[in-house]
Design a protein around this ligand. Structure first.
Ligand SMILES: [Zn+2]
Length: 273
């Protein structure tokens, strides 16, 4: 699905993608978000974006590295999670040993879940690693409450805050996506789709939101949560989702947003007409 699936965080994923492409990967990140936010999912997509050779900065989901990360058997990824109520000193010690070893690929990666439950000793131990990172290793700390982390740890990490979940109707792009989807369903011609697009989309930000909105609609059709699913063949719905993902990749790769969206509507229209 790539980093793009974190729809509420487009601006953030765009920045991340750019820093990875420019070879500016930092050695430690805090990924903060509330209990419901999919911090682990985000961290995994982030790992793919870092190691993927096919789509650097994004992750392709099809190369061996991306697939292994998806299936939890990537050799260079080391995971730590709370043992009972907290992440303990010994766990960090064990992690440090693993990070010291030469990776199979270019770098070791570590995800520390429940990082805000680390004991004081564990935090102090980790701090040493943050002060003197091992080679190209990247450590991601997943946290609900970053206040529980030592200020000295926080200051050595780049922090990303995952946006809170919103209801579909509140999400930006929902209204525009419904209008476009409706027009597609009615078999509107390209000229009227183009003018609808011009009306609903004034910026790159709008373009991302519109893609998100469209993808939510097609996903609801795919999972049959949206009654309109009966009107479409499953393959058409799946193809439309692929095309939306493709358009999102184009946007992340800095393709002109109007061009990317027009191109999408031509193709998606083609799957329906
Ligand atoms: Zn890949």
């Amino acid at each position: 699905m790539s980093l793009g699936r974190f729809r509420e965080n487009n601006r953030m994923t765009e920045r991340l993608a750019e820093s990875i492409r420019n070879g500016r990967v930092f050695h430690a990140y805090i990924i903060e978000g509330d209990r419901l936010a999919d911090k682990e999912g985000f961290a995994l997509e982030f790992c793919k974006a870092i190691v993927c050779q096919k789509a650097p900065g994004l992750g392709c989901d099809s190369c061996p590295a991306c697939r292994k990360l998806e299936h939890g058997n990537y050799e260079d990824l080391h995971m730590v999670e709370a043992d009972g109520m907290s992440v303990k000193d010994e766990q960090i010690e064990e992690l440090q040993e693993k990070l010291r070893r030469k990776p199979f690929g270019e770098r070791n990666l570590a995800i520390i879940k429940d990082a805000d439950t680390m004991t004081a000793r564990a935090q102090n131990r980790l701090l040493k690693t943050l002060e003197e990172p091992y080679g190209a290793a990247v450590i991601m700390l997943l946290s609900e409450n970053t206040e529980n982390l030592l200020a000295t740890i926080r200051s050595r990490c780049v922090t990303y805050r995952l946006a809170d979940e919103k209801t579909t109707a509140e999400m930006p792009g929902t209204e525009a996506a419904e209008a476009i989807f409706g027009a597609l369903a009615e078999g509107a011609g390209f000229a009227s789709l183009k003018s609808l697009l011009a009306e609903k989309m004034k910026s790159r930000e709008d373009a991302f939101a519109l893609l998100d909105g469209l993808e939510r609609i097609y996903e609801a059709l795919l999972t049959e949560k949206d009654e309109r699913y009966r009107l479409y063949r499953k393959e058409k719905i799946m193809r439309s989702i692929e095309l939306i993902e493709e358009a999102r990749r184009d946007l992340l790769a800095k393709v002109n947003y109007q061009y990317a969206l027009k191109n999408l509507l031509i193709k998606i229209g083609g799957t329906q007409w």
